[in-house]
Design a protein around this ligand. Structure first.
Ligand code: ATP
Ligand code: LTN
Length: 327
């Protein structure tokens, strides 16, 4: 049986790129023959400075987003990364089997550290090893993520294979699950860069919690391409991105949408897209607000999730430690 594991950082708003690249797959997978574990990766989030009160709230907020989007705690296990401390111990063991040179090649680190390599945390550099520990601790077979995380799954595979080769079969080697069409949703303000929580302006993204009028305004202001046709093409990155979003939330194919908007202008297309996004997000936001008004219920679900995972986490750690000669 497949074991699915993925995570989202409680680092601020969750946006429609996170939904289309990751959460939508989370929901689809739980309805297939697979055991699904979805994590709120708070230990990853503290690799950059956080306000403690905001972090606490954001952890519950991601839990509410998971549930509001359709992750069902009866079918999937939802938990907070730091509630299962075995991951930190495994992370140390993996660190000792990971090369500095491998981590230096990571695109996310290079992008996030930029010119400040000397003053970012060691945790930011080590981020992919903690992610590998998440995946390997729970004996994951498949990892649904957006395109930006592909390199981190490749390094996870390399570390797992290295340890398996050296000490004998210890780890399951995981596969990435990346949905081609929605693997990389681009920023509304710049279709050359990915939509990101950490973007410098909120006009980059549509948050799942944005009010209807904010959504309408953001889509109205979204960058477009030259020409006037509503068509997906390599020389039309902005319209292609808006079509991908439209298709992802409506279930209509890009070809159907191109046909539907034939002869219409950008402004008509954008206003229909905005209404479709509002229609899609309204029930999610209603559910989200209800869930956020009952934080105790969310905490119960998260605590039960962490408890359920204790045996798997402990078992993997005992096996790994024994294989490598610890204890
Ligand atoms: P940050 O801006 O801090 O890098 P983020 O927006 O990438 O944050 P994460 O919590 O790191 O958010 O990502 C959660 C999941 O969403 C991951 O699987 C990631 O690959 C996916 N994802 C993030 N951005 C996009 C995007 N623009 N398009 C598709 N998937 C995305
Ligand atoms: N690094 C991922 C979040 C993450 C993750 C994981 C994803 C942490 N641990 C394990 C899949 C599997 C990100 O989206 N930035």
């Amino acid at each position: 049986m497949k074991r699915i594991f993925s995570g989202i950082q409680p680092s601020g708003v969750v946006h429609i790129g996170n939904y289309l690249g990751a959460i939508k797959q989370f929901v689809e997978l739980q309805n297939q023959d697979a055991e699904c574990i979805y994590c709120i990766v708070d230990l990853h989030t503290i690799t950059v400075p956080q306000d403690p009160e905001a972090l606490k709230k954001n952890i519950l907020s991601v839990a509410a987003i998971y549930l509001a989007c359709g992750v069902d705690p009866e079918k999937s296990t939802i938990f907070v990364q730091s509630h299962r401390p075995e991951v930190a111990e495994l992370s140390w063991i993996l660190n000792c089997h990971t090369y500095m040179g491998e981590l230096e090649r990571m695109a996310q680190f290079k992008e996030k550290a930029g010119e400040n390599r000397k003053s970012v945390s060691a945790g930011l550099f080590d981020y992919p090893v903690l992610m590998a520990a998440d995946i390997l601790l729970y004996r994951t077979t498949d990892v649904p993520v957006g395109e930006d995380q592909k390199q981190h799954i490749e390094i996870t595979r390399d570390i797992a294979e290295r340890i398996n080769n050296k000490y004998g079969q210890v780890f399951t080697v995981p596969n990435p699950l990346i949905k081609k069409e929605t693997a990389r949703i681009m920023g509304l303000d710049d279709p050359k860069k990915k939509m990101a929580k950490s973007a410098s302006t909120a006009f980059n993204y549509i948050a799942l919690t944005d009010e209807p009028d904010v959504i309408r305004d953001k889509i109205k202001r979204a960058v477009t391409d030259s020409g006037s046709e509503i068509k997906a093409a390599s020389d039309k990155p902005a319209i292609s991105n808006l079509l991908t979003i439209f298709s992802g939330i409506s279930g209509k194919s890009i070809a159907e949408l191109e046909q539907e908007f034939e002869g219409k202008n950008y402004s008509e297309f954008k206003s229909d897209l905005a209404e479709a996004v509002v229609r899609f997000l309204t029930p999610i936001q209603k559910k989200y607000n209800e869930l956020m008004s009952e934080p105790e219920k969310l905490r119960e679900i998260l605590n039960a999730g962490a408890k359920k995972l204790e045996p798997i986490a402990k078992k993997t750690l005992i096996e790994v430690k024994s294989k490598i000669g610890l204890g």
